[in-house]
Design a protein around this ligand. Sequence first.
Ligand code: ADP
Ligand code: MG
Length: 204
Amino acid sequence: MSLDRVARERLVRALAGAVIEHADELTSLDQAIGDGDHGLNMKRGFEAVLATLPGLADKSLPEMLKAIGMTLVMKVGGASGPLVGTFFMELGKALPEQPSRPDLVTATEKAIEAVKARGRSEAGQKTLLDVLVPVHAVLAEGGDAKAIAAEAVQAADRTTPMQAIRGRASFLGERSIGHMDPGSRSASLLIGAAVETLKFEVNT
Ligand code: ADP
Ligand code: MG
């Protein structure tokens, strides 16, 4: 996968746009089982990322991802900021400038492990890991852009009947059942935007 400057800027705008356009939805999901700030947190973070364009896209892909991660850690706040930020930073650290598909599989795996370590969490606890882990599995199995995007949506849906074991929603115990995890929804939106923008690169 080789992304030129224009493609890198397009990717950043797509990621930010997906979150910003859905901020109200993310907020209402977090109102149901959290404190209602997830939409605003993510919107603030990605607006800060957009503010670093166009310079951001001058960086190589790995450096750009690291810079996005650092901005997100600083600006998103909440529990999700350090986690989403860590994902981008570790992805940047692990990816070469022109990643092959196996590079992408290995790097996303490392980024997911870093999120698990940071959140002291794992899949099955109704967090964004319930999207990252199954989507990674589809990527590792060779799934195309369509399969990856579909899994992202379905994985977020599958958090609805789960009981939260980590994060603020876990304070609700069984009352967290029946609502989609907000962090899973934002992860799904980000993955959807990334594969839509990188369709060609993902499929080849
Ligand atoms: P806060 O919970 O501090 O208000 P946000 O509302 O921005 O932060 O983010 C909540 C989301 O963060 C949750 O929906 C969940 O997906 C994710 N999350 C929270 N705690 C953890 C954790 N320990 N591990 C993984 N993800 C987590
Ligand atoms: Mg919250």
